[in-house]
Design a protein. Structure first.
Length: 274
């Protein structure tokens, strides 16, 4: 007999993961905060987060399946597909190395709502500052960038290991700072998510292998499906949004959300876990 309340929590968290994974507002931060609010922070929740994160990865793969197939079939010989694949690999390396070295320490000491709230606010202020600057667009497409730009964006992504920074936000804003157009930086963030999040998923699954249980399948299935659906919607919506808007709305959302968390902690309205 499955707990309906637990299935509801799975649905909510799946929706949160799907909506926030590819927006510059930090999916990890939202999962920590919402998970804390729902009191879903046990051992099962750690595996659950891995499952719904993988669903978000599959949403990118599905939407960009034609391009991914082109890259896979064409990367074995010199040309644009090989250059694209190498750029993604180069961009992935900083997070791969630093993540392997610091993953456990960061999760132990920094994964809490108050740390996330601070990072949300600081990140929001940084986005507002960047949007006030006139950034040159030297690369209209991700196919135009060199390995140097890819590496720079990779280091920007590595900053997002600090929960609340936002992997999507770091790569998109970093890409814009290094000369990519808004659309190119956003698409690079999508593609870079595939190896980065897959590696993180594999590492987390390995570490959580002793607590995997088939009994949790219904809960995981609800979260997986909802995450996939809402990640698909979020990706499509973001691409439409950036064609006519900047990221100021996301910045203000981060700031307000972070301030609410800090205010509720200060007043004692919410007993956030340390």
């Amino acid at each position: 007999m499955f707990d309906p309340l637990l299935l509801l929590k799975a649905l909510i968290l799946g929706i949160v993961e799907g909506l926030t994974e590819f927006l510059p507002i930090s999916s990890t931060g939202h999962m920590i905060i919402v998970g804390d609010l729902l009191n879903y922070t046990n051992e099962q929740s750690k595996v659950f987060e891995i499952v719904i994160q993988f669903a978000a990865i599959l949403a990118v793969c599905w939407l960009y399946r034609a391009r991914i197939l082109e890259v896979v079939t064409g990367m074995w010989q010199p040309g644009p597909q090989q250059r694209f694949a190498l750029n993604i690999l180069v961009a992935f390396m900083p997070a791969a190395v630093l993540g392997f070295l610091l993953h456990g320490v960061i999760k132990h000491y920094l994964f809490n709502p108050l740390t996330v709230a601070g990072a949300l606010i600081v990140g929001g202020l940084f986005i507002l500052w960047i949007e006030r600057r006139s950034l040159p667009e030297r690369f209209a497409s991700i196919d135009d960038i060199t390995w140097r730009e890819a590496l720079k964006v990779g280091f920007a992504q590595a900053i997002a290991m600090f929960p609340g920074v936002s992997r999507a936000g770091a790569t998109i804003i970093g890409g814009m700072v290094f000369g990519l157009s808004r659309k190119a930086a956003t698409e690079l963030s999508f593609f870079l998510a595939i190896p980065t999040m897959t590696a993180a998923t594999v590492l987390d699954v390995y570490k959580a292998r002793d607590i995997l249980s088939f009994d949790d399948a219904p809960v995981f299935a609800v979260g997986f499906v909802s995450s996939f659906i809402f990640a698909t919607l979020a990706i499509k919506g973001l691409l439409r949004y950036i064609s006519h808007h900047n990221f100021n709305a996301f910045a203000w959302y981060r700031i307000v959300f972070g301030l609410i968390v800090l205010a509720t902690a200060y007043t004692g309205l919410v007993d956030w876990h340390a």
